[in-house]
Design a protein. Structure first.
Length: 298
């Protein structure tokens, strides 16, 4: 018979702090985590124990919660009496995330340390998802998709919308410029090599500018935004860049804008999951964390 699982120390600390302070904000401040992290740790603890610990309205303890609090405080006090010994945690909770490549590099990875600080017991496995296609290495708990949405058969939240504008390398701009019309005329577009991608069709820009051209059928083409922007920075030509996703290319001077104008992209980033997935506390915690993290700078 398997030995009973010991709850993670982070959950026990959150439980003790919330029982004492009756406030997720104050408990979060004391533990140096977000209020959301406190809530998810309590949910994880209740799920593992199979009991309700609090009355949700005012965080008063249930009968089971009061009895368990006594045991937790005794255990924490015993651990504090052993100098230099860290409280142990249960086996890692594993979460599998499929994410598109450029979104991962530009938006997720610069922020991911925040999730690891809030939920050190969660072991993440990241795998590649192909934009616009339902292609991934293996089954994932959560998946970042890029497209028009919505998607059938899954629950989802829109993570990010963006605007596009034409960009190229400074060297290529000097070679084929200047663009006095802000790259909004047929003459200007016809003078350059257009880098193509189904991820950002040129028809979006053409229609907004009143340029009577069909979608280009010749020229370099990529199915990855990062490769497309790298090609533009290497002088391959002009591409449409998503302002949020490609900010680092502009900030480092590898690319420059050809127009002050930007227009809404028809594609968005979505976080998707199968119905029932958010019953697992770690999946719900990641959804809450990522949607909040993308509203603030990395």
């Amino acid at each position: 018979m398997a030995a009973p699982r010991i709850p993670p120390i982070q959950c026990l600390l959150a439980f003790e702090a919330l029982a004492r302070l009756h406030s997720v904000s104050q408990a979060g401040d004391e533990l140096s985590v977000t209020p959301s992290a406190v809530s998810h740790r309590i949910r994880q603890l209740e799920t593992q124990l199979g009991i309700k610990l609090f009355s949700r309205q005012d965080f008063t303890l249930t009968g089971d919660g009061a009895a368990y609090l006594t045991q937790v405080r005794q255990a924490l006090a015993a651990l504090q009496q052993v100098p230099g010994r860290n409280g142990g945690t249960d086996a890692p909770v594993r979460l599998r995330l499929a994410v598109t490549p450029t979104f991962s590099r530009s938006m997720l990875m610069p922020r991911l340390a925040g999730f690891r600080r809030a939920y050190p017991e969660v072991e993440l496995t990241l795998q590649v998802a192909i934009p616009l296609l339902d292609v991934k290495a293996e089954e994932a708990d959560l998946e970042v998709r890029f497209g028009t949405g919505p998607y059938a058969g899954v629950e989802q939240v829109r993570l990010m919308s963006d605007e596009v504008t034409p960009v190229c390398s400074p060297e290529y701009a000097a070679e084929v410029g200047p663009f006095d019309g802000h790259f909004e005329t047929l003459d200007e577009v016809s003078r350059v090599r257009l880098i193509r991608s189904p991820l950002e069709p040129w028809g979006t820009w053409f229609r907004a500018c009143g340029i009577a051209l069909p979608e280009p059928r010749e020229g370099t083409q990529f199915n990855d935004v990062g490769l497309m922007l790298d090609a533009a920075s290497a002088g391959f030509g002009v591409t449409l860049m998503r302002l949020k996703l490609g900010a680092v290319w502009l900030d480092t001077g590898r690319l420059q804008r050809l127009s002050p104008r930007s227009i809404a992209s028809p594609h968005h980033h979505f976080l998707c999951w199968k119905p029932g997935t958010l019953q697992r506390w770690e999946c719900a915690a990641f959804v809450d964390w990522l949607t909040a993290a993308l509203t603030s700078p990395a």
